[in-house]
Write a protein that binds this ligand. Structure first.
Ligand SMILES: *Cc1c(COP(=O)(O)O)cnc(C)c1O
Length: 451
């Protein structure tokens, strides 16, 4: 009988995060201040981020110790299990071995609290009283609400108005953890007021909500801003996933040939694969493949150019070097809301550019088909975001069936889909539309890139 899961003891939770900046063949291109066109200085960031997170953002130390208080909260749900998907393998009749690392066991149901808890802790240590952030469908907002609640911080969440009105469950979750959830655009900020004056019915967007949260933090002495993906320190905190996973592969006496993960801003995929990609960078595992999976409707890594762009629509953030579809890109309304970002994490983009990480894109119907097969074999109903890498893993396993290869496949199972059942319903009743983002619209959005 094959083992179905590999469990670590609580005292085996890694004590340090892995910083891949220490091992890059060439350094990351710095973020640029759009006003001065010079690299961003630490002091530019201090109004919105605590000093310790700014240090982590630029650090090239390979290992960064995880504070005891953060480990103490991680223990609520970490270490998370590594599963061998034996029933899925049988259903596919593949000689491949399929593993998945399951982050759906955290209280908010995804990998996001791995960074939310660390960010809330460093802000609390610096005496910050309140965090402001944005959320789309509410996955990040609920994770930060959970984390701030445990460290006694107040939390203000600007939630895209359409989601606020149409998706109440994650809002209720945020409020249960004591956060204040405000539909964006709101009259709390100058930027929000401007948007509402222009259009009182404005449905909002992630770009607008980011601008409101940053303005809130920048204009209140006791408040700071928090971001759930993209930045180096966020990817750093997520490496706890891959570090645990490496220990679990030792228990299994195995090692992945290929790692798949879904990519919105790039945090869960990078967190799961960077500790393994380290072995590729060092030359120890030259054959290892890591594949970033994204929607065809928002094909950042597969169709975008690698260039400097703004992180948000209102151009408040520094210019980041990344693959991008342009900061004015408005993706079609696919159900994997967490994968609708126009750019991706600079660290991940650089590894793609340098050939250490690959990318692939999928349509939503094929993605949900894979998620339903997974639910009917392994039981877990995964988030629509995660479903993208389930599809990739199944495709690889079927390829192995043809060739007879006994490849070892790992995918990052980033979260459950219990708040996304309407999306499953749309798939099951044949109402899901496949969007291929037209090359013409990508071209138009790219014309607005900063020079
Ligand atoms: C937010 C989210 C994602 C996408 O964000 P990344 O930063 O790319 O990881 C993926 N899966 C789940 C379950 C999410 O909540």
């Amino acid at each position: 009988m094959e083992n179905t899961k590999f469990l670590l003891d609580e005292d085996e939770i890694p004590r340090k995060w892995y910083n891949i900046q220490a091992d890059l063949p060439t350094p990351l291109d710095p973020p640029i201040n759009p006003a001065t066109k010079e690299p961003v200085k630490a002091s530019d960031l201090e109004p919105i981020f605590p000093v310790e997170l700014i240090k982590q953002e630029v650090s090239t130390e390979r290992w960064i110790p995880i504070p005891e208080e953060v480990l103490d909260v991680y223990r609520l749900w970490r270490p998370t299990p590594l599963y061998r998907a034996v029933k899925l393998e049988k259903a596919l009749k593949t000689p491949a071995r399929i593993y998945f690392k399951w982050e759906g066991v955290s209280p908010p149901g995804s990998h996001k609290p791995n960074t939310a808890v660390a960010q809330a802790y460093y802000n609390m240590k610096q005496g910050v009283a309140r965090l402001a952030t944005e959320t789309g469908a509410g996955q990040w907002g609920s994770s930060l609400a959970f984390a701030t609640c445990l460290f006694d911080l107040d939390c203000t969440i600007y939630m895209v108005r359409v989601s606020y009105e149409q998706k109440p469950y994650r809002r209720i979750l945020m409020e249960t953890w004591g956060a204040e959830c405000i539909p964006s655009p709101s009259n709390r900020t100058q930027f929000g007021k401007k948007m509402l004056e222009a259009d009182p019915e404005c449905p909002g967007s992630l770009g607008i909500a980011i601008s409101e949260a940053i303005e809130d933090a920048a204009t209140h002495e006791d408040a700071k801003y928090s971001l759930g993906s993209v930045l180096n320190h966020v990817l750093l905190h997520q490496t706890i996933v891959g570090l645990e996973c490496k220990k679990q592969f030792e228990m299994a006496d195995d090692y992945p040939d290929v790692i798949f993960g879904c990519v919105g801003g790039g945090s869960n995929f990078s967190g799961a694969c960077f500790p393994f990609v380290a072995d590729k960078l060092s030359g120890e595992k030259p054959e290892l493949r890591a594949v970033a999976c994204e929607p065809k409707a928002c094909p950042t890594l597969t169709k975008g150019p690698y260039t400097y762009d703004h992180g948000d629509t209102a151009k408040l953030t520094p210019l980041l070097k990344m693959y991008t579809l342009g900061h004015e890109f408005v993706p079609p309304p696919i159900h994997a809301g967490g994968l609708r970002y126009h750019g991706d994490a600079p660290l991940l983009c650089k590894l793609v550019k340098d050939g250490f990480v690959e990318a692939a894109a999928y349509h939503q119907n094929e993605v949900f088909e894979a998620a339903v097969l997974f639910a009917r074999t392994e039981g877990f109903v995964v988030a629509p975001e995660t479903a993208h890498c389930v599809k990739a893993a199944i495709d690889e396993a079927l390829r192995c069936k043809k060739t007879g290869e006994e490849k070892v496949i790992l995918f990052a199972n980033s979260g459950h889909g219990h708040f996304d059942l309407a999306a499953y319903d749309a798939y099951l009743t044949g109402k899901l539309i496949d969007y291929e983002y037209p090359a013409e619209l990508v071209k138009q959005a790219l014309a607005k890139l900063p020079k």
